[in-house]
Design a protein around this ligand. Structure first.
Ligand code: ADP
Ligand code: MG
Length: 328
């Protein structure tokens, strides 16, 4: 979908922002660019929608060199969200979200429907927020409006430059979780910039790690944790690698499904944790192994049922998680 082919960007004042960068972003995936401040992340992002042009090498969009695509045409397909996003302060939330659909000449009914749908998706009730102004919102709500605006015209690609960087840690974690859910629904190709390795590990299908101007490792979150390719990456990933790894794996990836097992096993696991028919301790299929581990520690039970819609769908033993934990 997006391909960087030996791209170098040197600014007019001869700053070399990035040197000889190559990587590819597959359609429908999220790729996170991560690295310390000034390493060239924003520059890389701007080369995609031609806010900047390469000095050497080429950026391809859907197989075509972006230099051969008109800037207007390119930006119509590509949504852009930046930190402390420039919402238009004189426009209501609804008008802000409607900006690009209006430019594209959608009819009013269609635009209204789209605005309401996106506000709902971003957990902002349209009745309450559509007619408010940005200054009436919290930082987290403004950022949600920014994401809604970027998604409004259903872009093929979404560029997000430290979109949650200005938020407090709790709001930030909430928005990350919500965005992961949205991402699963919309199937947009996403390029996401952050300086936080934890955010990168959480949000990315693939991660590109930059040192100053250089790409040092391009890999899946799990491979980056398991096989950092340099001292720089090891330092950047930091402490608690095992816990970070456990937070990347979900319960449904390692549970034993109960639907193929006889009811007796089901009964066993239930009796271990029920009290008068109430399931006391259980896991959800989407829980991370990190949160499963704390449930095991809390409950002090050997094996826990995985419950979805009040039905037990699988079982996990505490030892299985310990094995992964100790496996390093
Ligand atoms: N317009 C510009 N002119 C000159 N240098 C720039 C310009 N924009 C960014 N830079 C420099 O390019 C390098 C990379 O910047 P940037 O891509 O913004 O990094 P990051 O987003 O990783 O913090 C930095 O040294 C920065 O100062
Ligand atoms: Mg930047």
């Amino acid at each position: 979908m997006i391909k960087f082919d030996n791209v170098t960007k040197i600014y007019a004042d001869s700053t070399v922002a990035i040197r000889d960068i190559s990587f590819e972003v597959a359609e429908g995936t999220t790729t996170v660019l991560v690295g310390p401040s000034g390493c060239g992340k924003t520059t890389t992002m701007k080369l995609v929608n031609r806010l900047e042009d390469p000095t050497e090498g080429a950026v391809y969009y859907d197989g075509t060199n972006t230099q051969e695509i008109g800037v207007t045409e390119l930006r119509r397909d590509i949504g852009y969200v930046i930190q402390e996003i420039g919402l238009f302060n004189h426009m209501t939330v609804g008008e802000n979200v409607a900006t690009v659909p209006k430019l594209k000449g959608w009819d009013d009914g269609q635009i209204d429907d789209r605005v309401d749908k996106l506000l709902e998706l971003m957990a902002l009730s349209p009745e309450e927020y559509r007619d408010q102004y940005p200054r009436e919102l919290s930082g987290g709500q403004r950022q949600r409006v920014g994401v809604a605006r970027a998604l409004a015209a259903d872009p093929d690609v979404l560029l997000m430059d430290e979109p949650f960087g200005a938020l407090d840690p709790i709001t930030r974690a909430d928005l990350q979780d919500e965005f992961l859910e949205i991402q699963a629904e919309i199937n947009t190709t996403i390029l996401f910039v952050t300086h936080s390795i934890d955010e990168a590990l959480k949000m990315g299908d693939k991660i590109v790690i930059f040192d100053v101007g250089e790409l040092v490792q391009y890999d899946t979150p799990r491979n980056i944790l398991e096989n950092p390719n340099s001292e720089f990456v090891r330092d950047f990933v930091g402490e608690d690698i095992t816990l970070k790894k456990l937070s990347l794996i979900n319960v449904d990836e390692i549970m034993r499904p109960t639907n193929v097992i006889e009811d007796t096993t089901d009964q066993d696991s239930k009796t271990a944790v029920t009290n008068g028919g109430e399931v006391m301790h259980h896991l959800a299929p989407g829980d991370s192994l990190k949160s499963a581990l704390s449930t095991f520690v809390e409950s002090d039970i050997q094996s826990l049922p995985v419950v979805e819609d009040e039905e037990t769908i699988g079982v996990i033993d505490r030892d299985e998680i310990y094995e992964i934990y100790n496996g390093g």
